[in-house]
Design a protein around this ligand. Structure first.
Ligand SMILES: NC(=O)c1ccc[n+]([C@@H]2O[C@H](COP(=O)([O-])OP(=O)(O)OC[C@H]3O[C@@H](n4cnc5c(N)ncnc54)[C@H](OP(=O)(O)O)[C@@H]3O)[C@@H](O)[C@H]2O)c1
Length: 252
């Protein structure tokens, strides 16, 4: 059977979820099979692939590591994305690249590397998906669902979407071009998000310890507000309920 999707960064949370859901239609390659910084391997892989869509999930996502290793981060998250864009056009493929809420008003190396990746893509041909997502691995969800205490910031705001909904939207919008923002509708603090998670999963709210986030000198600067207006209307309550329906606890 012809595979429609070539997934790069195959060990990432997002790639694994996408591949599990659309098993029959995906070929997924991890870093050992396709290191996106190796342009020769990248070209060979793309040239040989039958897939029309290339989903790039490969990235340095550890914000602290990125801050300490900016050269490596820009090489993986920005330069390799330019190569991917060029090669996808050369072989008549459609690139779907994952960017981040942190790219909108960048405050750290990771955010800047993602912003540059967006600028290096030919958006008249390819698609950038900007997002922030939660899964069973997200610390607030992982702790609360297993009955453990979690800290949650009252002064840090975001609007993440569930991984389930995100992959559904990536699939649905695969033929779009340009930049597509996929988030839930409203800005919410991490503390209020934790409360909504507790309510959805019927967990004791006392497990949530409110705290205030402070950027520390010498560490990556995190934005206090990474809200991005979504192009798709997704209410958080509805998203959490549907996330719960498909929920499988995280096992490391
Ligand atoms: N998680 C979120 O909320 C979020 C928010 C916004 C945007 N995104 C974006 O969505 C995408 C997927 O995120 P995720 O959280 O699922 O990622 P993840 O779990 O952190 O995984 C990233 C993967 O990229 C791989 N990788 C690193 N360098 C590579 C290279 N040179 N060649 C090939 N693979 C390489 C890593 O492999 P190794 O571990 O072996 O190095 C890792 O498996 C990323 O682009 C991320 O920036 C995620």
């Amino acid at each position: 059977m012809t595979k429609d999707f070539l997934i790069l960064g195959g060990e990432s949370t997002l790639a694994k979820y996408f591949t599990q859901t659309y098993k029959e239609r995906c070929v997924s390659l991890n870093k050992s099979k396709c290191d996106i910084t190796d342009i020769k391997i990248l070209e060979k892989v793309i040239q040989k692939s039958d897939a029309h869509y290339i989903i790039n999930c490969a990235a340095i996502t550890d914000i602290g590591y990125a801050e300490k290793n900016p050269e490596e981060c820009f090489n993986v998250n920005s330069i390799s994305v330019r190569n991917l864009d060029t090669l996808s056009r050369k072989y008549n493929k459609k690139l779907i690249h994952l960017s981040s809420d942190y790219a909108v008003n960048p405050t750290n190396v990771y955010g800047y590397s993602k912003l540059i990746s967006e600028k290096l893509i030919d958006k008249s041909k390819n698609l950038v998906i900007r997002t922030s997502f939660y899964s069973n691995k997200y610390y607030i969800i992982k702790s609360l669902v297993s009955g453990n205490v979690t800290n949650a910031y009252k002064n840090a705001f975001f609007n993440p979407v569930s991984i389930n909904r995100l992959i559904e939207e990536i699939y649905k919008n695969r033929d779009k071009k340009g930049i597509l923002n996929i988030f839930t509708e409203r800005k919410i603090s991490k503390y209020k998000f934790a409360i909504k998670v507790a309510k959805t999963f019927d967990v004791d709210r006392k497990l949530i310890q409110p705290s205030n986030f402070v950027n520390e000198k010498g560490k990556a600067n995190l934005p206090p507000n990474s809200f991005v207006d979504s192009d798709i209307k997704i209410p958080l309550e509805e998203d959490l309920l549907s996330f719960k329906k498909h929920f499988v606890p995280f096992r490391s």
